[in-house]
Design a protein around this ligand. Sequence first.
Ligand code: COA
Ligand code: AMP
Length: 629
Amino acid sequence: MSYEAEYRRSLTDPEGFWREKAEALPWFSFPKTILDQDENGVWRWFHGGRLNTAWLALDRHVAEGRGDQTALIYDSPVTGQIRRYSYAELTERVARVAGGLSALGVGKGDRVVIYMPMVPEAAVAMLACARLGAIHSVVFGGFAAPELATRIDDARPKVILTASCGIEFTNVIPYKPLLDGAIERAAHTPDHVVLLQREQSQADLGASGYLDWHEWEAAATPAGWVEVDATDPLYILYTSGTTGKPKGVLRDNGGHAVALHYSMKAIYDVDCGDVFWAASDVGWVVGHSYIVYGPLLRGCTSVLFEGKPVRTPDAGAYWRVIEEHKVRSFFVAPTAFRAIKKEDPECALKAAYDISSLKYQFVAGERLDPPTYHWLEDNLQIPVIDHWWQTETGWSICANMAGVELMATKPGSPTLPVPGYDLRVLDEAGRELGPNQEGAVVLKEPLPPGSLPTIWEDHERFRKAYFSQYPGFYFSGDEGFRDEDGYVYVMGRMDDVINVAGHRLSTGQMEEVLAEHPAIAECAVVGIEDADKGQIPLGLLLLKDGANVDPEDLQRELVQMVREAVGPFAAFKRAVVVKRLPKTRSGKILRQIIRKMIDGKPYVTPSTIDDPAIIPEIGDILRAEGVMT
Ligand code: COA
Ligand code: AMP
């Protein structure tokens, strides 16, 4: 099958195409309809289909004779452990934890927040929720208490599952104080909290009423799976939007299972028994789709890595894992390779390992800059595949489909649209642009299976955020272009979302934090280019009249405020006092222009600007401060 034929068919006969992909999975009841619209006019896949995602990912492999095959490898250089779970063992553990949740009153449709580091129990917790038809909401361990509180209030979980600590390099980070702080702030109180004690730092459960995970799991009676509808929700995953309030991306069961199962072979070229590794975190969509669900749905062995590209113990960590577990396809954010390249520019540490099992290197999460692409290609001598996707879609929008037909790669491009995605580039007036003309990257409805059908309890925001700009098209928020061969280039966000070391953050969220400082009258946060992290946030501050503060003290206080309100991974380190902020006459701050000016990119000053002189004025201040040259 050629890529062209596969892609064409997905657009000309979407129902036939996805029926066939759905038939590759054993459903309890096959869908009655493949594609139709729900009461909100949203396109939905596989109405009437009955399944259980955890059963498909675990029990059915055991039933098909793969019980002894390794399902999950926990490789943790930060604790010095490697543990392997067979499909039979993982099924047994998931059933037991599901039983524990059920005993705490969790049933179909109830929410469970999972605030855990990269330990196997995090994956077990997700699958246990899926087994019960409960909806999990995993919150990345790097988020500070206020962000966790926002997510607790939005999802209103019956139970929160957590651990005593996370480990960042050699830093042990206790989670209980963060969770206690979040619960104290939140209006909603969970019925129960279950905490996994880790030996690196035991939490004092005292009078908290928190349950000890090990005792709770040991006492549980394994639970059976619950049949759900294809359109029933599997999980909520919060992601940054343009405002301070995160968007609860909802994922359903049926479309998700079909899309991920298809993607494992079609995109990553792995199948039953192959070892797949996504070095991300379960708190992000990559972790949901390609540490937990995708590999297990396909019967692969998935690696869950609790470590870093460098200093755990060195910049050869990835090569060690690939050799040790015979990884076939590896997926990580480009920022991780920039970190390796910085410490080991010649990639000399690779020579100590036999990484001949590795057939493909996949990257995503941020733009793959051409120097990193070339470094990878030169050093690995295998296809280096950039692919573009978002939390909202749950799997790739553009990729070089290794399992269908490997196309020529072009540096800086995630290649071509994946089947199911009808991608267009539009100008501001909604006109389709020609080759090499940059505009908004949009996707014509219907989106393929796996993509979000709504935002949790906020359908109006879903409609406004994604479908109000260009009716009939999903607005990705990214700008880019297609070249004369149709290759897609994704250049960056058009909105106020930034990408720091592969982590998606809202500048609006950071502005809300800065604005709390008593000396600040107004502020803007922009994401500027950074050689290591891709982008980093920069704060531009207008002080209140008469505010008498030392700029260095102010910056220190603001950095601390962002760490405590958002989390350290936001990497907010720099804030500069300016005299004025560029705005439109209606008062909208022109953040994109400031960003482009700092990055040395061309920008057009809009006719609606209040005073065009403000832009060069800010340029002078930033040059004097050494922020730009
Ligand atoms: N829990 C608590 N703190 C966390 C955290 C977590 N899960 N993840 C990051 N942090 C903290 C770090 O400890 C660091 O804190 P510090 O300022 O006190 O040192 C801060 O957040 C910044 O972290 P990070 O951006 O990870 O930078 P780093 O210098 O610690 O590490 C890399 C650099 C390249 C190793 C790291 O960014 C990395 O592994 N990136 C891969 C990104 C990724 O997997 N993205 C997923 C999307 S595909
Ligand atoms: P997230 O939802 O956290 O996965 O972040 C999605 C955003 O990351 C996208 O909207 C892009 O801005 C960016 N992104 C992800 N993958 C790529 C890629 N391969 N190339 C360019 N940008 C990417």
